[in-house]
Design a protein. Sequence first.
Length: 317
Amino acid sequence: MKNLERFVCGMTWGFMGVRGSWTGQAARDSMQKMAESSAADWTAIAFTAMQDTAHSTEIHYDQSPTVQDEEVRGAIRSARELGLKVCLKPIVNCADGTWRAHINFFDKDVPCEPKWSDWFASYRRFILHYAAIAEQTGCEMLCVGCEMVQTDRRETEWRELIAAVREVYSGIVTYNCDKYQEDNVTWWDAVDVISSSGYYPADDWERQLDRIEEVVRRADKPFLFLEAGCPSRQGSAAIPNDWTLQGGPDEDEQAAFYTAMLGSCERRPWVGGFMLWDWPAHLYERTQAQEDDGYCIYGKKAEAIVRRHYQERRGIV
């Protein structure tokens, strides 16, 4: 069984990037600032491919706005030069704005209707394409899916997909389930590492970790939060997954969330780390941090909290 050698001090990079935005000095500077200011030693390089709607069966990963393969390879090279380990994280979204958790079809294939079999055939081509790049570039980890709640019940298809991935990729394989879904996935034995999205209210971490711990114990697998974070926005600590929440910039709100999350997880030795959400490829100026109300911690109070935690975990004095 592939394992995590040590605690993952990670940050997600680049997710909102579109074709052409990962090239140039700005993207390289962003990743360097991420590594230096957060003390991260891992990064999840994340990007999106589109399908038209939640009921479409073709994923257009070779078209704009998806970043080009050379941009992906370039980001991996930049991470390598900074001494970062890499989890490659290709993600599917819907062009009409529907959240990918709602991608869904009839349980049985029906003639003249969109089908699971067609969707998984396209998704397989998509994931295997990037699995090959992950292998060629030496990525330590590959995430084969992210927060695809309605697909989680398709156990047979996921097992077949993961088996196909292992034919071309030799590193650590994980699947990033959505928040609250850890105990709904029935095929955790097929991956090397269980991962989920840690967007739990600041005052609810202990209860949720009690629940997740049972899943990890039964599966006997390593675990990490492949996403976790909170906007620096009024009210966000109570509902950190809602990036559309209305409220003014508030870095104290974000700092309180990180203090609660990291404190609770530190008492759980089975939590193997984080890929915190997130860090843009084109970063705002540090002097603008107080006006930014997004997830990025750059220049905010949460930055020092994360850096201190990661330095302690890495044994950096």
